[in-house]
Design a protein around this ligand. Structure first.
Ligand code: AG3
Length: 274
């Protein structure tokens, strides 16, 4: 028997993956959580039937949401991660020896438990002594912690349901306040093919708050369109002014000093959104 998982990427577009086995399926107070063993992508985490991550392509997203910003800041010591309960983002941050503290705020305990059990490759960073995990609301956390972080990473789900607030002007203002005077933040900002209005709105909102706003891109095969964006809001540092020759070597598969530069090269149709 063939078993397939299908995500409705838009109302009119679907992605399907053949499933060898359903390893976990549960419902938390926030969402439906599932772990599927897929034939094409290996173990895959879905939340409310939306693909979050998988063993085959996770490195692209997790390396890009972390290293571009960490290598833009001159000396990031204290980093906050909002969301990203699978652990992939934290795993990449702790590769930076200069980082002294990572506060990881994830709203859903079930996602953390599932990551520990089914995604040891992603959740390894949870064991690093510099990492503190808080099961809490990220929006509340940034409001309550002013002038605290060098970098904030928003590793959210799509802008529907619980994550809507993480794409709002009010939230970006709290992020600004939660950052130290030379701090910066990076958020995942969806697909220019299917979420163009969101990209336009978010970049214009962020540029109204932060002196430097930059959109960059990478390829994530399992996300809608396969072309994914991230947006950086920065109080001082410009990622394009980084001397990429001075970036220290990291054990990565997608990110490199060359990619640090080329990720900001945008196609005309994407530039038009900004
Ligand atoms: N965060 C989810 C990105 C959005 C994916 N959207 C989609 N598949 N429709 C990824 C979490 C990884 N730590």
């Amino acid at each position: 028997m063939e078993v397939w998982f299908t995500e409705d990427q838009t109302k009119n577009l679907r992605i399907s993956c053949r499933v060898r086995e359903v390893l976990f399926s549960g419902e938390s107070p926030f969402q439906k959580v599932a772990v599927l063993d897929t034939l094409e992508f290996g173990r895959m985490l879905t939340l409310d039937n939306v693909i979050q991550t998988n063993i085959k392509d996770e490195f692209v997203y997790h390396e890009m949401i972390t290293h571009v910003g960490l290598n833009t800041h001159a000396d990031p010591k204290k980093v906050l991660v909002i969301g990203g309960g699978d652990g992939g983002t934290v795993r990449e941050i702790v590769k930076h020896k200069g980082v002294e503290k990572v506060v990881h705020v994830e709203i859903d305990q079930m996602v953390i438990d599932v990551a520990k059990k089914f995604f040891p490759e992603l959740s390894v960073g949870f064991n690093d002594p510099r990492v503190e995990i808080l099961v809490d609301d990220g929006i509340k956390h940034v409001k309550e912690n002013k002038h605290t972080y060098d970098m904030i990473i928003v590793d959210s789900t799509d802008p529907v349901g619980p994550a809507v607030g993480l794409f709002s002007e009010e939230f970006y203002r709290s992020v600004y306040e939660a950052l130290r005077e030379d701090g910066l933040f990076v958020a995942q900002t969806e697909s220019p093919f299917f979420n163009s209005d969101l990209i336009t709105r978010v970049t214009s909102t962020i540029s109204g708050i932060f002196p430097v706003t930059r959109l960059f891109q990478a390829v994530v095969p399992t996300y809608p369109g396969g072309y994914w964006t991230f947006t950086m809001g920065s109080k001082k540092y410009d990622p394009l002014a980084v001397d990429t020759e001075k970036i220290s070597a990291l054990d990565t598969k997608w990110y490199s000093p060359e990619i640090h530069r080329t990720a900001f090269v945008l196609q005309p149709f994407v530039k038009e959104l900004l």
